[in-house]
Design a protein around this ligand. Structure first.
Ligand code: CAA
Length: 366
């Protein structure tokens, strides 16, 4: 029922908005509707304003939305997995009551501020600094590539209180959008995912009350990693949605496009491509839903999430490339959506941990 509901919403409400997003318009009104449908807090219990459904349901929503708009997929994924979950799982009861119902209902949008100019894959090398003054922390530094930045109401900010201690020096904070000293910087001009905002942020002597610290001092890196484990399943589902959309379009096109007096699908050069695409998508789907199921059961998912992300995002890139090949010259134009899928797919191999980082995580488990 949920899959059908999200699919109907995506086809009826999201699809007509895609062109506006391609022009860089942030889909505020869609997020409002998604909040009304309960999609902004699917795995959050009803006690905290969520839909009270399981993690697999959340993955179904990301998967279905991303078939129509991968940009909307990443907005929802970041909002839920790394924007809301850190507060839900690591916040005090007061922090949970203050923020989670607003985030889960879609009244607030969440963002996650870990990455810096010189701390991408090496996330614990971050340089944003926090020090304590009385009952407050003062934060100075800057972040890059912040999804939902500039639109979010709540930012989970990671800063070091002792750079020499690397990961053990990092502390997490809950920062509200109007906090003095929080400066929204330039928008990144991206290859794809238009309509999803990605900005730089600066913290200039930003004062944060102690009550806004998330977890204990020095616990920040673990909070980031634990939520990224789960977040990566969302990105895997986003990539799966892109791959399926590209495959379905390529299949239809291969059946209807005639060359040499026959549909191009009657050539094995084309039908074998489609056979490989369908097979890889099936394998990616099994990995994504297996990781989601383990998470739903409350089991550890570090390895499975990284495997799902690695395989599904790689599949997306392979499938969109072949889909363009099947469309030929038309695939290279903006007359068909496959060129958008191609531009949207690439970053899934990069954010929430590059696929090289996923291999590091997987190999640590072996
Ligand atoms: N859960 C809980 N704790 C974890 C953990 C996890 N998954 N992974 C590591 N830790 C803990 C370790 O146990 C260790 O603690 P102890 O010493 O107490 O055992 C500590 O964290 C440090 O672990 P490592 O030595 O393994 O850390 P590292 O510095 O070598 O880094 C890494 C490991 C996997 C490479 C990590 O830096 C990483 O994931 N890098 C990629 C960063 C990333 O994914 N960024 C995404 C940005 S958000 C984003 O992209 C959102 C978006 O816009 C779409």
């Amino acid at each position: 029922m949920l899959r059908k509901m999200v699919r109907d919403f995506a086809e009826q409400e999201v699809a007509p908005f895609v062109e506006k997003m391609e022009q860089g318009i942030f889909p505020r009104e869609l997020l409002k509707k998604m909040g009304d449908l309960g999609l902004m807090g699917i795995p959050i219990p009803t006690k905290y304003g969520g839909a009270g459904m399981d993690f697999t349901s959340y993955i179904i929503a990301i998967h279905e939305l991303s078939k129509v708009s991968a940009a909307l997929g990443v907005i929802l994924s970041v909002h839920t997995s790394v924007g809301t979950n850190p507060i839900f799982y690591f916040g005090t009861e007061e922090q949970k009551e203050t923020y989670v119902p607003k985030l889960a209902s879609g009244k607030y949008l969440g963002a996650f501020c870990l990455t810096e100019e010189s701390a991408g894959s090496d996330a614990s090398a971050l340089k944003t600094k926090a020090y304590k003054e009385g009952n407050e922390y003062i934060i100075n530094g800057s972040k890059v590539f912040i999804t939902n930045g500039g639109e979010a109401d709540v930012y989970i900010v990671f800063a070091t209180m002792d750079e020499r201690r690397k990961d053990k020096g990092i502390t997490a904070f809950i920062v509200e959008k109007n906090t003095p000293g929080l400066i929204i910087g330039k928008d990144e001009k991206k290859m794809g995912l238009n309509g999803s905002r990605t900005v730089q942020l600066t913290f200039d002597h930003m004062r944060i009350p102690q009550t806004q610290r998330l977890g204990e001092e020095g616990e920040g890196f673990k909070i980031a990693m634990a939520n990224l484990d789960v977040g990566r399943i969302g990105i895997a589902a986003q990539a799966l949605g892109i791959a399926e959309a590209a495959y379905e379009q390529a299949l239809q096109y291969a059946k209807s496009r005639h060359q040499f007096d026959r549909p191009i699908i009657s050539n094995q050069g084309v039908s074998f491509k489609l056979a490989d695409m369908a097979t890889k998508i099936e394998a990616a789907k099994l990995l994504v839903y297996r990781a989601a199921q383990l998470r739903t059961q409350g089991r550890k998912v570090g390895k499975e999430a990284s495997m799902a992300k690695l395989f599904s995002t790689q599949t997306a890139m392979e499938v969109v490339t072949e889909a363009i090949q099947i469309f030929g010259g038309y695939g290279y134009t903006k007359d068909y959506p496959v060129e958008r899928y191609f531009r949207d797919a690439k970053v899934t191999e990069i954010y929430e941990g590059t696929n090289e980082i996923q291999r590091i995580v997987i190999s640590k488990y072996l």
